[in-house]
Design a protein around this ligand. Structure first.
Ligand SMILES: NC(=O)C1=CN([C@@H]2O[C@H](COP(=O)(O)OP(=O)(O)OC[C@H]3O[C@@H](n4cnc5c(N)ncnc54)[C@H](O)[C@@H]3O)[C@@H](O)[C@H]2O)C=CC1
Ligand SMILES: O=C(CO)COP(=O)(O)O
Length: 338
């Protein structure tokens, strides 16, 4: 089954996912807004800013023209940071309406929109009318671009309310190193994906301060408890949080130096100012923004998220990381299961 696929966003994850599809024999057009990056991808098959030292398949074609990328595609996969997702979905909607196309639209974005607290699939659903798309599919799970690029064994989830659409994504992506499961819990998949970024910052900060294995395990486990609480409050299936898009993604990002969120947390733990961390990363640190959205959402819904609250105080109220940890540990003791 050879299909035409458009991938919108040529950062580390979009470009590597596009490369997987090319390796699977599909015709892929990778769109980027950056003309220089497109030229580099087409001429040298590299993407130095986002995937230094990696060489892409020579059949991977990049373009600066979104309409050219989308023409004839059965699947359009959007891999843009949450902040830019709405504007890209808006541009895509205009093109789909103009050419009268109706592809499956998937995304691999992990975050919540500032102020609206919308999940990525909600943003896409608002921007692209059903006349111009099939169901929306969420591609999520433990998957650092750097590991997928070197064919590390990877398992992820394609979540959609529409099983055939999830199965299309599953079929297009699955191969000997990349295994895709389906799931119908879009809400759970998206909350797990967004909120693990917050805990990953915390895990990095602990390591930056010199804490060890027990501290990391405690943070991951109690972090998962509050991720689940918020997700379930919005209708997620609790079981999703023990799956790939839940604990799976949490473990990979809270234990890996490949994680931008972990690296950001590590530097914060070592005392570097947040703005310097953001400026020097050169890639999106979704957790910085998701922390604010999740904190506000939890306050509105009266969901307890003590770790998220602590990280919010560090990122947005200038609290010292050590003080935040002390406050967390000195809270009144409680039952594990609530
Ligand atoms: N890097 C990874 O290993 C993984 C990343 N993700 C998620 O995928 C999403 C994208 O992440 P990365 O590829 O890592 O980001 P990145 O920082 O490497 O690249 C982002 C890309 O999006 C483009 N972009 C940003 N705003 C835009 C806008 N308004 N219009 C057009 N293009 C825009 C940038 O030019 C860049 O090409 C994030 O939500 C991230 O959490 C998910 C799984 C793995
Ligand atoms: O979501 C990811 C891996 O599954 C990527 O995490 P980072 O954004 O922390 O790099």
């Amino acid at each position: 089954m050879n299909k035409k696929v458009a991938v919108l966003g040529a950062g580390s994850w979009g470009s590597v996912l596009a490369n997987v599809l090319v390796e699977n024999g599909h015709q892929v057009k990778l769109w980027s807004r950056d003309a220089d990056q497109v030229a580099e991808l087409n001429q040298k098959h590299t993407n130095q800013k986002y995937m230094p030292d990696f060489t892409y398949q020579s059949h991977l074609q990049a373009t600066n023209d979104m309409a050219e990328a989308v023409e004839g595609a059965s699947l359009v996969l959007i891999v843009i940071p949450t902040k830019g997702l709405r504007s890209v979905a808006h541009q895509l909607a205009a093109i789909l309406a103009k050419i009268g196309a109706k592809p499956v639209v998937a995304h691999a974005t992990k975050g919540l929109e500032q102020n609206s607290y919308k999940r990525p699939s909600e943003i896409i659903a608002e921007e692209i009318p059903t006349a111009n798309r099939q169901a929306i599919v969420v591609l999520s799970g433990p998957s650092h671009a750097e590991s997928v690029a070197i064919h590390d064994m990877t398992a992820v989830t394609a979540a959609s309310e529409d099983l055939p659409s999830a199965e299309l994504v599953q079929k297009l992506f699955s191969n000997h190193y990349f295994r895709v499961y389906t799931n119908n819990d879009v809400i759970g998949a998206e909350f797990g994906a967004a909120l693990k970024n917050i805990i990953s910052i915390g895990a990095g900060a602990l390591q930056g301060l010199g804490y060890h294995d027990n501290a990391r395990a405690a943070l991951i486990t109690r972090g998962l408890a509050e991720i689940r609480r918020l997700g379930v409050a919005f209708g997620a299936n609790p079981m999703t949080f023990i799956g790939l898009s839940g604990v799976g993604d949490l473990v990979v990002t809270a234990t890996s130096k490949n994680s931008r969120n972990w690296r950001a947390g590590y530097q914060l733990g070592q005392g570097k100012p947040l703005q310097d961390v953001i400026d020097q990363m050169g890639m999106v640190i979704e957790g910085v923004y998701t922390t604010k959205a999740a904190y506000e959402l939890a306050q509105k819904r009266h969901v307890r998220m003590p770790i998220t609250e602590a990280i919010y105080r560090v990122l947005y109220q200038g609290e010292d990381v050590k003080t935040a940890i002390r406050t967390l540990m000195n809270r009144e003791v409680t039952s594990e299961v609530e």
